[in-house]
Design a protein around this ligand. Structure first.
Ligand code: HEC
Length: 224
């Protein structure tokens, strides 16, 4: 019994030894956890810039004379990539005079792009052909002059650009919706619409001239 007991004790103490080694490790882990918690708690008490007093956008403030927390941009500030050094491109004017022609090369892609923008932004009032009888006009909005009027055909390209940029009479401006490069694309398309009604037969490519003369079969080559 005793032997049995001592044997048990020996086994116990062996387990105890293992346990105490395990226990020591647990104490170390526990101490680490307590230390970490204490550090975290003490960090929580420090403000630093974790909760800096600040203003929200557009908040009022009595610190500045104008009552606004936000400061206006310093005069003459230009955001990177927004330097508009080319007045002709950005205003359609050379000095005070509208430029007669587009300051960009007129390509098929430009006209196509202009057609897309025109149909989205202009046709609701000016109509897809530029006559000035778009759906909004049919529903009561002021009717614009037809692009095919002599007066508008005689206007320089820069004038049309300027109307898009700054609006005209009852027409709002489209500067927010249409970027400068696209405005010139729209101008190119308005010019195309104007040209389409006044083209001379002699200016047409040969296949189209032949179709006019009734020589080519219906549904022949088209120039879209
Ligand atoms: C919501 C209707 C509306 C839309 C959309 C519109 N316009 Fe107009 N536009 C008008 C009206 C109305 C006038 C005439 C304004 C007046 O005489 O008060 C006008 C006038 C013009 C004129 C002629 C100015 C003159 O000397 O008579 C041009 C050029 C023009 N628009 C171009 C455009 C282009 C390009 C777009 C598309 C980017 C466009 N408009 C979109 C309504 C519109």
């Amino acid at each position: 019994m005793l032997r049995h007991n001592s044997g048990l004790r020996a086994r116990d103490s062996a387990i105890g030894g293992r346990r105490s080694a395990f226990g020591r490790r647990r104490v170390r882990v526990l101490a680490g956890a307590v230390l970490a918690t204490a550090l975290a708690m003490s960090a929580g008490c420090r403000q630093d810039m974790h909760q800096a007093p600040r203003y929200d956008p557009l908040e009022a403030s009595d610190f500045f004379a104008d009552g606004r927390a936000s400061r206006p941009i310093v005069g003459g500030t230009i955001a990177r990539g927004f330097l508009r050094a080319d007045p002709v491109f950005y205003t359609g004017k050379q000095g005070a005079t509208f430029v007669a022609d587009l300051p960009v090369p007129i390509t098929r892609d430009l006209v196509k792009r202009g057609q897309g923008r025109y149909n989205i932004y202009c046709s609701p009032c000016h109509g897809v052909t530029g006559d000035g009888n778009g759906m909004i006009v049919q529903r009561g909005f002021k009717q614009p002059t037809s692009y095919h009027s002599d007066r508008l055909r005689a206007q320089p390209a820069g004038y049309i650009y300027d109307v898009i940029t700054n609006g005209f009479g009852a027409m709002q401006d489209y500067s927010a919706q249409i970027a400068p490069a696209d405005r010139w694309a729209v101008v190119a398309y308005v010019r195309t619409l104007q040209f389409s009604r006044n083209v001379k037969a002699a200016d047409l490519p040969a296949p189209d001239r032949e179709r006019l003369d009734g020589k080519a079969p219906e549904g022949g080559q088209t120039h879209d």
